[in-house]
Design a protein around this ligand. Structure first.
Ligand SMILES: [Zn+2]
Ligand SMILES: [Zn+2]
Length: 341
């Protein structure tokens, strides 16, 4: 089969073509796995973190991609939940042990044996992939393959970050960074909590205009002062400064939810500007969002179907994956990027 593979960690500034289109052996499903013929795979910021080594693949070569939509093309001998031809999705959670205290409590996202799709096992930048059947999700029929793909990561993790924000009616929610996940969170909040005002902090004019178009009450640059303090802010940026700025803009008791798998090193000195009374005093909280559980993915897909969410997607051919990644890195974002097979 054809796949875009990563051979080693690279710096994207030095090598803008980290993935290579290769011919690799077709995968074969083991007992409880299914074989999927991939039709769409979302492009995520986590791929940049993998390529540049902030959350490196656990082996090479690796096929990246963890927002996978396709049809069942084969079944392992013990696989029985699906039949050949069923349309399913695969998300960031490739597997977890199922036995540890975290798994037993429903926090499989915290499992020490958590395996990420496209990081610890081959993912969806390929014509086929295999995965355990109990880590697949039926895709609601109203979504096209390309529309469903970004829901599987950006949407599901956005849903988790929104839950962790504890936002409720009449409050103000901030979003700092306005990529694929944040724009879905905005749509979720508009639907679920129409009386929650949303303030968006984003670097580019385009992102700010897009946020206002989608119903944000206010949009400004990352360092702008908003007209009110906020009850919670979800930070989806790879940098430190937006988080520090966000803490300053929180109400007493407010919560900063950091929805980023890793932060980049280059602006870490922004943390030296942390001033205890300005940024942390009065019971402000900081919480990270780690991975995603199957429950988050399933619940979000149902919610997205009820809400008739239509993600804005931009499609790329498999061989064009590098171009999609470079654009993502440069924050040329309007909605989500999806590889079409
Ligand atoms: Zn992702
Ligand atoms: Zn576990």
């Amino acid at each position: 089969m054809k796949a875009m593979v990563l051979d080693t960690i690279v710096k994207l500034e030095e090598n803008p073509e980290p993935l290579h289109l290769s011919q690799v052996e077709d995968p074969f499903p083991s007992e409880c796995e299914v074989l999927i013929r991939v039709s769409a795979c979302g492009v995520c910021h986590t791929e940049l973190d993998e390529i540049e080594g902030r959350t490196p693949p656990s082996r090479f070569t690796m096929v990246l991609g963890h927002q996978v939509v396709g049809r069942i093309a084969g079944l392992g001998t013990h696989a029985k939940h699906f039949k050949v031809g069923d349309r399913i999705g695969v998300a960031w959670i490739f597997s977890a042990c199922g036995k540890c205290k975290f798994c037993r409590a429903g926090n499989e996202n915290l499992c020490t044996d958590f395996r990420g799709t496209g990081r610890d096992a081959n993912g969806g930048y390929a014509e086929f992939m295999t995965v355990r059947e109990d880590f697949c999700y039926p895709i609601p029929e109203q979504f096209s393959d390309a529309e469903a793909a970004p829901l599987l990561c950006a949407g599901a993790i956005g849903y988790r970050s929104l839950r962790l924000s504890n936002i409720s009616g009449g409050q103000i929610l901030g979003l700092t960074g306005f990529g694929a996940s944040a724009h879905l969170v905005l749509k979720m909040v508009r639907h679920r909590h129409p009386d929650v005002a949303i303030f968006v902090f984003a670097r580019s004019d385009k992102e700010r205009a897009f946020a206002l178009e989608l119903g944000a009450a206010w949009a400004g640059d990352t360092t702008d002062s908003p007209p009110h303090l906020l009850d919670a802010i979800i930070d989806t940026t790879p940098a430190w400064k937006p988080g520090v700025e966000a803490l300053k803009n929180l109400e007493p008791g407010g919560r900063l939810v950091i929805n980023a798998i890793r932060k980049e090193e280059r602006d870490k000195d922004a943390l030296l500007s942390l001033d205890y009374p300005t940024h942390l005093w009065l019971e402000k909280e900081i919480k990270s969002v780690a991975n995603v559980t199957r429950r988050d993915v399933s619940e979000f897909l149902q919610l997205a179907a009820q809400m008739r969410i239509k993600p804005e997607v931009e499609e790329f051919a498999l061989g064009d994956a590098n171009r999609a990644l470079i654009q993502l890195k440069a924050a040329k974002i309007r909605g989500a990027k999806v590889i079409r097979l």
